[in-house]
Design a protein around this ligand. Structure first.
Ligand SMILES: Nc1ncnc2c1ncn2[C@@H]1O[C@H](COP(=O)(O)OP(=O)(O)OP(=O)(O)O)[C@@H](O)[C@H]1O
Ligand SMILES: [Mg+2]
Length: 286
């Protein structure tokens, strides 16, 4: 296996180091470099997952291309002249936008935090759902369940009224409509490739008076994909971090930092799993 890249140190001003990506300032543009860092339960691990950053970047590029008939995106393809060749496959350059202050989550299936919320009071983000749904149930139609973009701490679910208060009616209507359109398109496509896209998150930004798709799109880090063959057997195994999560559940770990070490076997399986996601969706090997 190749060595994972845990941290990048490129020769541009570093704006931000996220859990997974390092963001650099290229004046008019932003450079988003996906490292091989793995986060699970919001904790970043000491070990990396070889090639994960490459998979995330290449899948984002794949989906940006496939969805450009639905909405414009932030991609620009001009790497600076001195840009290190080996970093290109894990890097995306986007125009700098003014981000819309919502994480635009769409759910076609009930699971994860949506399932938790439903179990409490039968709703997600104030949307009333049918009775008797189970973890993994397909929803009658995709729902828009935005959260705040918290600078610190966890993002919070918001109701439609609250979301409108944050971004305004016009922007809300637009990002809601586009998010559902994008999800529905990707869900159908993924299903034709043997995957269920249970839910996903989009981010939008304003550029020259227009709202465009930014950040990453429909990657295993921003989405929950299940193998259709697993789903049909009643198993809800997400295609990305499930090996790591399952392993962590066998430990007596409180899900708080510091992260426990990940065994070599789990790292290798997780890396293969990311590559498999790429293969399923694109029909190609990376
Ligand atoms: N074109 C763009 N214009 C402005 N901001 C952008 C653009 N594309 C992405 N961003 C912002 O870049 C940031 C990426 O950093 P972020 O902290 O999300 O990294 P991450 O590795 O995804 O970590 P996390 O797991 O915490 O989300 C986000 O705040 C996102 O809104
Ligand atoms: Mg992010």
């Amino acid at each position: 296996m190749v060595n994972p890249i845990l941290k990048t140190n490129l020769n541009y001003p570093l704006l931000h180091r996220g859990k997974v990506r390092d963001v650099y300032d290229l004046e008019e543009n932003l450079l988003l470099v996906s490292s091989d860092r793995l986060s699970a339960f919001d904790v970043v691990f000491n070990e990396g997952i070889p090639r994960k950053g490459e998979v995330l970047t290449q899948l984002s590029l794949f989906w940006f291309e496939k969805t450009k008939h639905i909405i414009k995106n932030h991609l620009v393809n001009n790497f600076p002249k001195d840009f290190p060749e080996e970093m290109k496959k894990r890097s995306v350059i986007g125009v700098k936008t003014k981000p819309v202050k919502l994480e635009c989550i769409v759910r076609g299936y009930l699971t994860g935090s949506g399932w938790k919320s439903y179990q409490k009071d039968g709703t997600i983000c104030g949307i009333k759902l049918p009775l008797n749904l189970k973890n993994g149930s397909k929803l009658p139609e995709p729902i828009f369940t935005p959260t705040t973009k918290a600078e610190q701490g966890h993002d919070q679910d918001v109701t439609e009224d609250k979301a409108i208060e944050i971004v305004g009616q016009k922007t809300f209507d637009f990002v809601k409509r586009k998010s559902i359109e994008l999800y529905s398109f990707a869900e159908e496509y993924a299903r034709s490739k043997g995957l269920i896209l249970a839910d996903t998150k989009f981010e939008f930004g304003e550029y020259n008076g227009e709202i465009i798709l930014i950040d990453e799109a429909l990657t295993p880090d921003s989405s929950r994909y299940w193998l259709k063959s697993d789903y049909d057997k009643g198993k809800l195994l997400s295609l990305d971090k499930q090996f790591a999560r399952d392993y962590l559940e066998t430990l007596n770990w409180d899900k708080k930092p510091p992260a426990p070490p990940l065994p070599e076997e789990i790292i290798e399986k997780t890396s293969k799993r990311y590559l498999q996601a790429y293969n399923f969706l694109t029909g190609k090997n990376l």
